[in-house]
Design a protein around this ligand. Sequence first.
Ligand code: SF4
Length: 252
Amino acid sequence: MTETTETPPRTPANRGLGRGGPDERLGARIEETLALLRRIERAHTPAALASSFSAEDMVLTDLIRQHTPGIGIFTLDTGRLNAETYDLQHRVRARYGAVVQVFFPDPADVEAYVERYGPNGFYDSVPARQACCQARKVAPLERALKGLEAWLTGMRREQAVTRDALPLEEHDSERGILKFNPLAGWREADVWHYLKSHDVPYNELYEQGYRSIGCAPCTRPVTVGEDLRAGRWWWEAADQKECGLHTRRRSP
Ligand code: SF4
């Protein structure tokens, strides 16, 4: 008689994780995520992860480099990142090699922004903030996505009200490209369990109370009970807190 088990097979990715409880749940999540990454590598390359060196992006970076190296990785250097983020970028390079392609803003766009709004004009209004994100993030993203069949993000549903219906896979109709969110169903605890149990480097800002990492002037630590992304653009309403990288039509 053949015995069946719901426990996922032991693999390099979940080696060291015990049976039952959070370990078993994480093992299942890893297997599901690996299956998706392998499908992307097999059927949708060229594809690349857009990494901001968040905890989630580090999980995906580790999985991609170990199991699906055909998937690329890029980051957008806005010019306004924290020193800790650059430090992590350097540690990633030391661990995985020069695998992260860096895209910078067009200097002419930044110069035009600063001339019109001032260096910190993003605090003055939502349109001024969005214009900064457009110059420093969205325009470089459009360059990064050129020629790709699919891109990947580290977004999760529980991160914000703007992400509560996030699918694993969608068609980014505005850009005409497939978009995958392999960690959509992961819990914050799963992310940290993975990073710690696989000794993956992460941003030191998390040790200072940050729970979402962005540009230095637009991100602050959060207090107990606050939304995961409450520290991003904290002066704006919760339903406006996206930077234009992740344009999705929400259900009415
Ligand atoms: S997060 Fe802030 S500094 Fe960064 S691009 Fe957006 S508005 Fe500019």
